[in-house]
Design a protein around this ligand. Structure first.
Ligand SMILES: Cc1cc2nc3c(=O)[nH]c(=O)nc-3n(C[C@H](O)[C@H](O)[C@H](O)COP(=O)(O)OP(=O)(O)OC[C@H]3O[C@@H](n4cnc5c(N)ncnc54)[C@H](O)[C@@H]3O)c2cc1C
Length: 651
């Protein structure tokens, strides 16, 4: 089988299970290469050389870069000038030879080659265990499979609920495997959170290099893609795989009922008129940020100005020259405040409690033109550059999230590393607020760093120093006709109130009614202590029912695209086992589900979110950590991809 996908201008071909790049966009001359390579990342070029030539010389000490520290990335890798020049020249010659030879296919590395390549890319040892995960994340391990190898999938139907990042990938993967796919989406268009979150400043806070489907890479214009760019990317993905025809928009799913006699699911959907579909398999991809958390505010009906949640940003200009209050302190609030500070006449950043805010020096920067050219024209430059970025966002911070029982400052941090993060972030805030020392106590959280998702500084510290901006360290208590009243008794006269108050994360799959075997309702099954699933995906008593972005799958860091790719590998592996057992239905054993959840709960007690000062949307009202997993990125990848059939019942 051979599948060609078009992404970012260069064609990528999957051939006999190995991925290759063979169609660079432009004709390449020596002069152009010399010029484009001047700003290239030397560590990335070194690995490209090792990868393209297979010459072990490039893995030697002479070309080993310095280990990166923090998120800063030195393009020279700390290598001497003469080595940098040697590397650039060698790469130029190798690429020119490759072009002259008619651009023969460059195979993706094997798992055996990966450890040495990864180590040389980073200048630090990388356990071999990471090879498979990184092959998958970089798109080196193809996701496409030959439908001819899945004869059982032909004619079987899959209903996918939701057309966001998760549902669209599920639709592509399941279609490629030969299933008949229908996607039911309640909105009038695709994109999920990237359609609804159109507020000023909306963009990813994980680098776009890793917030990308592994086998549909985009040559991103910005280091951190903006909401319109991500929406455009998702539309390109849908068009490339002709998925739009599979999606039924304006189709909220209200219920799904397992039909014991027929071994299938009856899915009911529709906003006004209710319709039904019968499916062999149901995959939900409704996300965890689909339902806004809108607080009850006494006096809301009296307020004469504009008030809206960030997911309902109005089309008209409600900011320019207005008096505005932004309520909240998470990523969204920080992005909005950073962006609208220069438009508003007066801006109040109303914060009940602060979040840790980390520097990201290139957050708003476009990717340099030369770098984008290299992505398109040097085989696997983009992949290895993404690897360097991705490594910083994989398990690097994981050790700082594990509670050390013997740590002597449990009031402020959870272990020595975590304490160093606290010191660094505190220093950063102090430096940013030089001359505004009175603000410092109001921007330093009591919870340990990484206890809540790290907020990226998109210009927030600069914004709150502006004369037209005021940081109000208080909660919103009520509204009058003209003002927002704070818990500290202030009356803030405003025209516009932006509720950056987040989402109802804990209400998994709500308000859908999911009925499994013997009339068991999923939300009744979950009523004791919130949503639970086996490895976050399957539930006993609910055969052929798979939950994407289910309970306890969120990572400490990293990108959702990597999570959902791993989850879909799990779904596929489980379905493969079902087929091998000549069965029609699969569900997890209750013992496996219970054991998994007990192990997970036990590990969670040792994770940062169990710290008493962490009070967050990732917990249920009873305090159970429901959204986050205790596993490191590599543990999670292995949990997803190494399926033990004995954990499932096939019938
Ligand atoms: C503002 C914002 C920024 C983010 N930034 C990042 C980031 O930088 N990095 C990162 O990794 N993650 C980020 N996330 C998390 C983000 O949710 C995931 O990355 C990802 O987009 C989730 O995709 P999804 O398809 O699972 O869910 P969603 O994008 O929420 O899509 C779910 C879809 O299901 C539909 N749906 C829901 N219920 C029903 C129903 N009953 N019937 C039919 N359709 C239904 C919804 O309308 C929606 O279209 C961010 C989230 C938000 C809100």
């Amino acid at each position: 089988m051979e599948a060609v996908t078009q992404a970012g201008g260069s064609a990528r071909r999957e051939k006999a299970g190995r991925r290759v790049v063979d169609h660079p966009r432009a004709d390449i001359s020596a002069d152009e290469l010399d010029q484009r390579l001047t700003k290239a990342s030397i560590p990335v070029l070194v690995v490209c050389l090792a990868h393209m030539t297979g010459d072990a010389r490039w893995l030697g000490e002479r070309y080993r870069p310095e280990r990166t520290r923090g998120l800063a990335d030195d393009p020279t890798g700390g290598l001497p000038e003469e080595v940098q020049t040697e590397v650039r020249r060698a790469l130029r010659d190798v690429v020119l030879d490759w072009v002259a030879a008619g651009r023969p296919a460059v195979p993706a590395p094997t798992p055996e080659q990966m450890p040495a390549l990864m180590e040389q890319a980073l200048g630090e040892e990388v356990p071999a265990r990471y090879s498979k995960m990184m092959l998958a994340h970089l798109g080196f391990a193809p996701r496409a499979v030959d439908p001819a190898e899945r004869p059982w999938a032909q004619g079987k139907s899959v209903v996918i609920v939701g057309a966001g990042v998760g549902g669209l990938l599920a639709a592509r993967d399941m279609t490629q495997r030969g299933f008949n796919v229908t996607v039911l989406e309640q909105q009038s268009d695709l994109g999920g959170v990237w359609r609804t979150n159109r507020y000023p400043g909306a963009r990813v806070d994980t680098p776009s290099a890793i917030y990308t489907y592994a086998d549909f890479r985009r040559n991103w214009e910005n280091n951190y893609g903006s909401q319109p760019q991500i929406l455009e990317y998702l539309n390109q993905f849908v068009d490339a795989f002709d998925l739009r025809r599979l999606i039924s928009f304006g189709s909220p799913v209200t219920s799904a009922r397992f039909r014991e006699d027929h071994h299938d699911w009856e899915v009911t959907f529709g906003a006004t008129e209710q319709r039904t579909l019968i499916a062999d398999i149901v995959i939900t991809a409704v996300g965890t940020f689909a339902k806004p958390a809108i607080p009850e505010i006494p006096g809301r009906d009296k307020f004469a100005g504009q008030i809206f949640h960030t997911t309902e940003w109005p089309d008209e200009d409600v900011i320019t020259d207005k008096r505005v209050a932004v309520v909240g302190s998470g990523s969204t609030a920080v992005q909005v405040v950073s962006t609208v500070a220069t438009w508003a006449r007066q801006l109040y950043a109303v914060q009940r409690s602060p979040h840790w805010i980390a520097p990201a020096p290139n957050y708003l920067d476009p990717v340099e033109e030369d770098t984008r050219w290299l992505f398109d024209n040097v085989p696997f430059y983009g992949e290895w550059a993404s690897f360097r970025v991705g490594w910083q966002h994989a398990d690097k911070i994981y050790p700082s999230m594990i509670i050390d029982d013997s740590w002597e400052h449990p009031d402020r941090s959870i272990n020595a590393r975590n304490d160093r993060h606290r010191a660094f972030l505190t220093r950063y805030a102090q430096e940013q607020l030089e001359g505004f020392e009175e603000l410092i106590p109001h921007v330093l959280p009591t919870y340990p760093p990484y206890g809540k998702r790290m907020v990226v500084d998109s210009g927030w510290f600069a914004a709150i120093k502006r004369p037209n901006v005021e940081l109000v360290p208080a909660a919103m208590q009520s509204l009058t006709e003209t003002a927002l009243v704070t818990s500290s008794g202030r009356h803030l006269e405003v025209d516009t109130i932006v509720l950056a108050t987040g989402f109802e994360v804990a209400e998994y799959l709500s308000p859908m009614k999911i009925v499994g075997r013997d009339g068991l309702e999923l939300h009744d099954f979950w009523s004791k202590d919130g949503a639970r699933a086996h490895k976050g995906i399957t539930v006993p008593g609910f055969p052929n029912f798979f939950i994407l972005y289910g309970p306890n799958v969120n990572g400490a860091a990293g990108s959702y695209t990597g999570i959902v790719e791993a989850q879909l590998s799990h779904v596929e592996a489980v379905l493969d086992e079902m087929w091998r057992s000549e069965a029609e239905l699969v569900e997890p054993r209750m013992e496996s589900f219970t054991e998994y959840n007990e192990t997970m709960d036990d590990r969670l007690t040792r994770m940062i979110w169990s710290h008493p000062n962490v009070d967050s949307y990732i917990k249920t009202s009873s305090g159970r950590i429901i959204a986050n997993r205790p596993w490191s990125a590599v543990e999670f990848f292995e949990l997803m991809t190494e399926v033990d059939p004995s954990e499932f019942i096939f019938s």
